[in-house]
Design a protein around this ligand. Structure first.
Ligand SMILES: Nc1ncnc2c1ncn2[C@@H]1O[C@H](COP(=O)(O)OP(=O)(O)OP(=O)(O)O)[C@@H](O)[C@H]1O
Length: 251
């Protein structure tokens, strides 16, 4: 099985703080969707930052380990190199350019494409999110929260990435909107074969969407396996899915 992303024994520290990640290993097979679960402060965003080359701007650094993306060692590479290698991120907080129109936001994402390919890729995104087509001349700041999230996603997808990193897509959005965005993402995975690493507070949704899951606690991976196995584990049922085993309830 081809591995798209291989994180090995990765440790990360922030200035004047202890380790935020302590020997984390994670494999993402090509074309698969992997969920990363964990409570607040577990280190999920730190792992994404380490993969996307954005640790230094947050005062963090890698102290051990390696990250291999599609055959290339990427620790230390600047973010623009990673984009060219085929990595894209949907950052937490729907970071769209509010003054720019929907179309201009997508053009920013398409900037690395050869000119001839831009139109076709933009149309593919509009097909995925018809709402963005309807609003393509509107300033992004006027879109609803869900539409801004679609735009952030569309902007990440327009360049046709091989790996998509998705951080807390559901934050502050209505459940129905979140579900429909995940459904679109699933279509992207199925049709384009895009590999995805998904950080999601809503464990139930993440486990439905992903094929594999990892659980991070205080900077360490404490559990991993198929989404079904992880979802059935006592740890995840009790701490992340908010349910107890029947025998415990009855005890
Ligand atoms: N820029 C920073 N400087 C110092 N410490 C940081 C910084 N960013 C995060 N940390 C610390 O690193 C640890 C992991 O934080 P991180 O944000 O990666 O967790 P998380 O799992 O993404 O949490 P959340 O779900 O709340 O976003 C925490 O103890 C946090 O306080």
């Amino acid at each position: 099985m081809e591995i798209m992303l291989n994180v090995e024994n990765l440790s990360v520290a922030y200035a004047r703080k202890g380790l935020a990640l302590d020997g984390v290993s994670l494999q993402l097979p090509a074309g698969r969707i992997v969920a990363l679960l964990g409570a607040n402060g577990a280190g999920k965003t730190t792992l994404i930052r380490a993969i996307t080359g954005l640790l230094a701007v947050h005062g963090g650094g890698v102290t051990a380990g390696s990250v291999n993306f599609n055959g290339t060692e990427i620790l230390g590479l600047p973010p623009h190199r990673l984009v060219r290698l085929g990595m894209a991120q949907v950052p937490e907080g729907r970071l769209v350019f509010k003054q720019l129109t929907v179309e201009e936001n997508l053009q920013v994402g398409a900037a690395i494409l050869p000119r001839a390919a831009v139109q076709e890729r933009m149309e593919a995104v509009y097909q995925l999110f018809p709402r963005l087509l309807e609003r393509r001349r509107q300033a992004a700041g006027w879109l609803s929260g869900g539409e801004q999230q679609m735009l952030a996603l569309g902007r990440a997808l327009v360049a046709g990435p091989r790996l998509l990193l998705v951080d807390e897509l559901s934050l502050g959005l209505a459940p129905l909107i979140v579900e429909s965005i995940y459904e679109q993402l699933k279509i992207v995975g199925d049709t384009l074969g895009t590999s995805m690493l998904v950080v999601e507070q809503n464990a139930r949704l993440a486990l439905e969407f992903a094929s594999t899951a990892y659980v991070l606690e205080r900077g360490r991976i404490v559990l991993s396996g198929s989404a079904t196995e992880v979802g059935a584990s006592d740890l995840v049922r009790q701490s992340y899915l908010g349910s107890q085993r029947a025998d415990e309830v009855l005890a």
